[in-house]
Design a protein around this ligand. Structure first.
Ligand SMILES: [Ca+2]
Ligand SMILES: [Ca+2]
Ligand SMILES: [Ca+2]
Length: 300
């Protein structure tokens, strides 16, 4: 008799949550680890499968529906069934990702206990929300698996984004023949510039030529790291400006500030690249020499 009584208590304990007046079930619901994707990283335009997993450590089979949300808008729903006794299952929807920030969520909207031979009995679960997933979805124009924000050459045409913006070609459209031509042009004009400085130095009299070309080399070495740093900063400024332009919340003042900053860096980089400082220096040497020569001639 005692055993039967005890058995009744145990039975009522286990079945009470199923009768509707009990606390929400805490031994079933979403698994830890939240939401995951069929491929990661993924980029704008990719269709990915969004997954969440459910477990059931209770003693009754459970069925229900999970709704997936992207920025609070429904991506679709998936029905589930999880057997009792520590089993789990996964649910998913397919999602065509777009560029920008996405808060992806999964919510159990309906759950019932399914008994053999009985009809489903609605229950309430404690854990009805999967751990949300906050993603920044980028474009990957060249499809190399590196998003545009982290890719220094978005269209993979061999010309960096910085270079393309500087010379006015589209960093998002491969422009290979133009790129090669322009790279050659840049290379040859740089060579020309170097040789102009060297030519001017060569025109100087022997006594001045040697120290002048030594100083030229030294100044060039001195400026090389500065030039590199300015170019790096310029690249950062380009990325920053692009991020601002893509950000609808950015103010016009911020954009203007960023473009002025970029323009001044471009100017600095131009000065360094074309060795304007060196021209001035060499011209100054020539002037000093001529002055000395003129003085000597007129003294005689
Ligand atoms: Ca890429
Ligand atoms: Ca490029
Ligand atoms: Ca291009």
């Amino acid at each position: 008799m005692k055993t039967v009584f005890f058995g009744l208590i145990v039975l009522s304990f286990f079945s009470s949550p199923l009768l509707g007046f009990a606390a929400p079930l805490s031994n079933a619901g979403f698994l830890q680890g939240g939401i995951w994707y069929s491929k990661d990283p993924f980029f704008a335009g990719d269709t990915v499968r969004v997954y969440a997993a459910l477990f059931n450590s209770g003693n009754e089979d459970i069925a229900g529906t999970v709704e997936f949300l992207d920025n609070k808008k429904s991506l679709g729903a998936a029905d589930f069934f999880v057997e009792r006794g520590g089993k789990f299952t996964q649910v998913w929807v397919d999602w065509k990702a777009t560029e920008g920030e996405h808060l992806v969520e999964a919510v159990i909207t309906k759950a019932s206990v399914i008994r053999v031979g009985g009809s489903p009995v609605a229950i309430e679960l404690q854990q009805t929300r999967a751990q949300e997933s906050l993603r920044q979805v980028q474009q990957d124009t060249d499809g190399d698996g590196v998003g545009n924000a982290n890719d220094s050459d978005d269209d993979n045409d061999g010309m960096s984004d910085v270079q393309e913006i500087k010379q006015g070609t589209n960093p998002l459209v491969p422009s290979v023949p133009v790129a090669q031509n322009q790279e050659e042009n840049v290379a040859s004009s740089e060579q020309q510039k170097t040789s102009i400085t060297d030519t001017i130095i060569a025109l100087l009299p022997d006594t001045v030529e040697k120290p002048a070309s030594e100083i030229h080399a030294a100044v060039k070495d001195l400026l090389a790291p500065v030039k590199e740093q300015v170019e790096r900063k310029q690249e950062e400024a380009v990325q920053q400006l692009r991020a601002l332009e893509e950000n609808p919340e950015a103010t016009q003042a911020e954009k203007t500030k960023a473009s002025v900053y970029l323009a001044s860096l471009s100017a600095a980089s131009f000065v360094l690249k074309t060795e304007i400082i060196l021209y001035v220096f060499v011209l100054f040497l020539g002037y000093v020499f001529l002055k000395a020569l003129v003085r000597r001639v007129f003294k005689r």
